[in-house]
Design a protein around this ligand. Structure first.
Ligand code: PLP
Length: 376
């Protein structure tokens, strides 16, 4: 998807020089590396990156370069992608539903951390080598605070989790607990509720946890204020000490969105303007797919192809994507300049997560180009 290795100063510099007719993701490696260091310095434990948020090779390379040594992978292809850029990286296989063939491939990659949420998935791991191998039981609670809830699909209730921890120990694995509060979670209390319950589950199971994995879910700056990651880190650590006392388990986190979102700006182009609606060259089958589920961010600016900003009064527009499918429209109206015109570029900030990884080629459209820039 990359076109050339050149480093452009900024998106508007590139857009005015080579006005692209297809959507472009602008990537600032500096921003990604700074975010990685913010996690590594601020989080009291091991930082792993959830590869599904953006599995581009240059993302993985820059994260490894910034000191991220462990990656949360969900499939054999993700394992291979990480191994290609970082042969010695630690891989955590935290997709709790696996086929036997996937398990065999993961063993081949030396995976020593697996999550499970039911007895059958633990039984499937019976032949996995034991020495130091961690089973992280995925806990599920009815907790609010995220853009959408992951507990609906995966996770064991506390009662089940007690049994699974004991069973994992009985099979000779190292017992850990893991959870995910749900993506784009803006509420530190969501982690706190899970941490208290995790301590209680461990106590009832009579096991001493090797690690507690507090998942991903950290918020990106989509709209409103800048998320205070450090406040979430501090809350996670203080709640862990309070809940577990003197001998807390080592902590692990697995951010996807918050690690990668801010390092990318998406540039899409206005193809047509019709009264109350506009047509863009990308939509919900492309890099904007996730907006259908979590809403439209408000860090949006518009420039002419000369680079001049389009300001002035704003109005609400219905935004359609380029395909012939009538579902291909953004869920809410979007506040855009009244003066927006055909050929303008719409720049959307913090679009690094769940954009390129979700973009399809439906109807011949979709994301095709990534350009590296010094700053966004
Ligand atoms: C998707 C996922 C993540 C990353 O979630 P974000 O909300 O992008 O931070 C982390 N862990 C697991 C198990 C996941 O499935």
């Amino acid at each position: 998807m990359r076109n050339e290795p050149a480093l452009w100063p900024s998106p508007s510099w590139h857009l005015t020089k080579f006005p692209p007719d297809n959507p472009v993701l602008y990537f600032a490696p500096e921003v990604l590396q700074a975010t990685a260091r913010r996690f590594i310095d601020g989080f009291e434990g091991l930082v792993t990156y959830a590869v599904k948020a953006n599995d581009d090779e240059s993302v993985l390379t820059n994260l490894a370069g910034a000191g991220v040594s462990a990656f949360d992978v969900a499939s054999p292809l993700e394992m291979q992608k990480v191994r290609r850029v970082s042969p010695n990286a630690i891989l955590h296989y935290h997709n709790p539903v696996r086929s036997d063939a996937e398990i065999a491939e993961a063993v081949g990659h030396g995976i020593a951390s697996w999550s499970i949420d039911c007895l059958r998935e633990l039984e499937k791991l019976a032949d996995v080598p034991r020495s130091g191998t961690e089973i992280a039981v995925r806990l599920r609670l009815p907790v609010a605070g995220a853009a959408y809830d992951f507990g609906e699909k995966f996770g064991a209730d506390p009662e089940q989790a007690v049994m699974l921890l004991q069973q994992a120990c009985a099979m000779g694995f190292e017992p850990s607990l893991t959870f995910h509060p749900g993506t784009q979670c803006e509420e530190p209390e969501a982690w706190a509720v899970y941490i208290r319950e995790a301590a209680d589950v461990a106590r009832r199971a009579g096991v001493s946890l090797r690690r507690l994995n507090v998942g991903g879910g950290f918020a990106a700056h989509r709209s409103g204020g800048v998320p205070n990651l450090e406040a979430v880190f501090a809350r996670i650590w203080s709640e862990t000490l309070r809940a577990f006392g003197d001998a807390p388990p080592a902590l692990v986190c697995e951010p996807g969105r918050a690690m990668v979102a801010e390092a990318f700006t998406l540039a899409v182009r206005v193809k047509a303007v019709r009264n109350e609606s506009i047509f863009l060259n990308d939509g919900i089958y492309g890099a904007l797919m996730e907006l259908r589920d979590i809403g439209v961010p408000d860090r949006i600016s518009v420039i002419r192809k000369t680079g001049a900003p389009v300001g002035g009064a704003q109005c609400a527009k219905v935004v359609y994507g380029p395909t012939c499918d009538s579902l291909d429209r953004l869920p809410d109206v979007v506040a855009l300049p009244e003066q927006i015109s055909e050929g303008d570029f719409v720049l959307i900030r913090a679009m690094g997560a769940y954009s390129s990884s979700l973009s399809t080629r439906f109807n011949g459209y979709g994301l095709q180009e990534m350009v590296t820039v010094a700053g966004l």
